[in-house]
Structure formats: C-alpha cells, structure tokens
Design a protein around this ligand. Sequence first.
Ligand SMILES: [Zn+2]
Ligand SMILES: [Zn+2]
Length: 451
Amino acid sequence: MTASKLLRKAEQLLARYPLCDWCLGRQFAILGYGLTNRMRGNALKTLLLLVSTETYQKDRKRGSTCLKRLAEKGMFLPALQFLEKEGITGITTVKQCSICLGVMEQLEEIANLAIQKLNGWEAASILLGSKISPDFVEREEQLRSELQIENGEPLKAEINREIGKIVIEQLDIPVDFKSPSIVVVVHIPSFTVELQVNSLFIYGRYRKLKRGIPQTKWPCRECLGQGCTRCKGTGKMYPESVEELIAAPLLEVTKGKSVKFHGAGREDIDACMLGTGRPFVIEIMTPRKRSIDLEAAIEKINQYAQGKVEVSQLRFTNKEMVKLLKSSSATTEKTYKVITQTEKPLLLEERQKLEAIPMPLEIKQRTPQRVLHRRADKVRRKQIYELTVTSLKNDKVTLLIRCQGGLYIKEFISGDNDRTTPSIAEILGKPIKCIRLDVIDVNLPEEELQR
Ligand SMILES: [Zn+2]
Ligand SMILES: [Zn+2]
C-alpha cells in the first residue's frame, strides 16, 4: 500500500466513523512492528493533519473539510487547535469512539480492577481473556466490510494483550498461554472481572497401613450424601478415606475449596497398600496458595493421618499426569500378599501343585459378582507372572502373587463360581478363599511417569 493510499483509507474511515486512536490504528494493525495501535492511529491522524494543513494553505475549503473531520470525528486536539487559531468555529467534537465507545481509553482502569481481583491469589503465571459484548464486534465488522479493511486485528486480541501487559508488568507474573494458574476474564462493557482458577496438581505415593479405609470418599448409599441415620449424618459410607486423609492438610495450606483424587488403580477397602506405595495425583481445586513446601506437607499429612495412611515423594505435576496414571494402571504390574483359607489343611502335594503352575499363566476373568453393580459384565484376560507359597500353617496358606494390573485377586483365589478361570480353587479342586489381602508393590517405575 502506498502512503497516499494508506492516508486515503484513514481519511475515509474518519469520514464515516468517529474513531479513537486505538480503533483507527487497529484497522492497520498488521503494518509495522513494535507499535501499539494507539501509536498507529495517532501517527495516521498526525500525518493527515500535516497533509491537510498544507492543502489548507492552497485551498482553504478543501483543507478545512479534512481538518474539521480530524477534529470532530478523529477527536484530534491539534486539528481543533489549528482551526481555532484560524478563527474557524462551530466545531462539535464527538465525545465517543463509535467502535469501542471509549473502552480503549479505560484499559488502565480495567487492568487495575483485574489487579485488585487477583489480590490474595497466588499465581505462577496468568493469562488474560475477555468476554466482549457482541455489538462491539458487529460494529467493527460492519466498518471493515464497508471499507474493505484487510490489515486489521480483532478488538478482543488487542484488549487481551493491552490489559495483559499492564497486569503482568504491575504484578511481575509471566504469561502462560498453555496452562496458566489463573485466567483473568474481563467483561466488556460491564468492567466486571472473573477469575478462572486452575487446579493445582500434586503427585505422590501413598501407603495404606490400616484396613477398612476406602481410597476415595464414598457417599452413603441410603441418602447419597444428604446425611441419614445409617451414616449418622455424615453422608458417607466410611468415616474416612485415603483421599480425605491426604486432602485435609493440603486444603489447609493451599486454601483450596475441594479436591479430586486420582489413583493409579485402587486396592480393596479391606486391603492394605504397602511397599513403596501407590502413585496418585491429588487435584486441588481453586487454590489460593500454590508454592507450598511439599516436604512440610508430607510431614503434615503423615501426622494428620496417624499411621493409617502415609505419603511420600510429593511433587508438583500437571493434568497430563492424571491421564498417564489412568492409562498405565490397567497394565502396571502389582504384587500381592494373600492369606487364604481352606476347609482342611493343604497336603504337601497340593502345595507342590500350586508351585508347579507354569508361568506366565493367563486368566480369563469375568467381572466379579461383587462389582457387577458398577462395572460392565465382560471377560478380561490377565497374566500371572509369579506365584509363590510363602507359608503354610494349618488351614492358612500365604501366597505371593505378581500379576498384571486389573486382575481381581480374591476371585482368582475363589474362582467366583467359575467366572474366573483358571483359579486357585480350580487348580486345587477344592474351595479356598482369600481372608486377607495386601498390595505389596505397584510397579509403576518413576521413569515412566517422568516422560
Ligand atoms: Zn475506540
Ligand atoms: Zn446416609
């Protein structure tokens, strides 16, 4: 575009629409670099003033038409001052830009509102967004189609950028387009500010040392959490859970509202989780504090959980880790210590039979009857890698079983009315049941989680 073409375009715009510097400049936003649209708009108005004062010297009528336009619709003070000096009166300056209705002049004010709103919220990074009433966009689109503007940028992009610049500079927080701690959304033209606070994700491993605790909070079956006589008003099936024991101290230090607990699989309520523990991610919703001392948090949790649950290896992570945990848990190797009971003590040859099972052993397991109410009825194929008889006392046999994740161990022992096959009961040819189950190891290598 030649200089005269550019100026003509600017002049045409001002002939039809009152425009502030920002809104005029935005129509040429892709031209130049390192400039604000306000600078672009102001430069164009200045050039138009220079050109039209020269025209004015030669042709007063033509020159003053352009100068009046600049003063009136361009709201350009130097043009008004020039006309006043020349004794030309009767100029009525438009008070408001026809596109932004003066919003662009108030960016600083909006940014200050955003800064106030962020007070009390710790953020490692932020992103500024906006919700702009559609009539702003419609007005600009109309102007652009009328005058074939092709070098503009959306009003929204400019508002986000310019307010963002002020907020970021004042608070000294970096911008993050991918995963900011907080998205600050300004509403235009109401000037209300809304914060979308993203969750804080903490990874760790937990050990469960006491039986009878579910992994996650379990709403009362009778009242679905409302509180009734069955649950003694707690709304829960169990008074505590691994989730709650870990969450309470973390909610206190982060001042978060609630949590979501994501485990790499889960053990039965009556099973302990031993060894190095089970990987988990706890997602803290709307935290006010983020840079918490994780070593101190470990101590705090372990103290609070009074030996029922222990956590270790806490570290900050992100949403991706939740997906990784979920996708890997079905195949992750697990090792169990299982105490089983038979009607009569096992004979030596029966023990030998168990020890002679060729490994790996493939198990076909139809969804156990006890979980049918929450799981689809289907057959899963799972591998057993290792099975050792570690002790045999009277009618109690202790087994160590290393297998693929997702195998239901209790049913592998009992056979679950032939829904699991082969099973220990099937191999022995007599009834046997699991009376105690502990998870000894969840073999999810840390390296796999670092990817
Ligand atoms: Zn404007
Ligand atoms: Zn209840």
